[in-house]
Design a protein around this ligand. Sequence first.
Ligand code: NI
Length: 261
Amino acid sequence: MRLFDTHAHYDDEAFDADREALLTALPESGVEAVVNPGITVETSRKALALAERYPHVWAAVGIHPEDCAGSGEADLEAIRALAAHPKAVAIGEIGLDYYWPENPPRAFQQEIFRRQMALAEELDLPVIIHDREAHGDCLAIVKEFPRVRGVFHCYSGSPEMAKELLKLGWYLGFDGPITFKNARRAPEVAAVTPLKRMLLETDSPYLAPVPHRGKRNDSRLLPLVAEKLGEWKGLAPEAVAEAAFRNAVEFFGLEKEMAEP
Ligand code: NI
């Protein structure tokens, strides 16, 4: 099965010991494409450096809500400049995170989120949204930008909100947590989501699927996510992976790059 991991952080220090060996080996395991999102200006730069080095890696550039403290004009300008790189395929990850009390104030997170949504609109790039315990506000801000499309990464909202996003033309990202025993809403969300709007993600090094829960994740574990979705949809994992692969190619506009020679 060929796999497109639309969300993995290979710039993370968890990969310092074996990054090169791991990234080089991915295509042999069927992982033919990876999008590595940044969470700061610095990690967006690192993501692009990996994308320059590995033909099967692309980057998203953006400032994550947990890391936006102190961000200002200079950072947003830096993201704009990085987004012009030919291997930058999205703005992300951006959004809102109300989970951690020590995160920057909500109003400030919202401002940085809106500024990056406006940037995506201006540059005509898709966005990768991080939404943790901020479903209502994320949806409201998304609706302020009807010309921007994107994916809710590791979607954790209700089936009702999923339906609303799907109606707006958005995609939903499915990750390791759908394999966890306590994943109550995920089957309902998968049931209302057509296969053609699903993206498969790992969020490596985080969110490893069962039976690797708690360990370091990497893109080679993506078949476990495809398997779980296939179980719920009555499809072979290969069919889910192939559909999600095509979705990702279209979503990130990589038709030319991924065309068979
Ligand atoms: Ni992430």
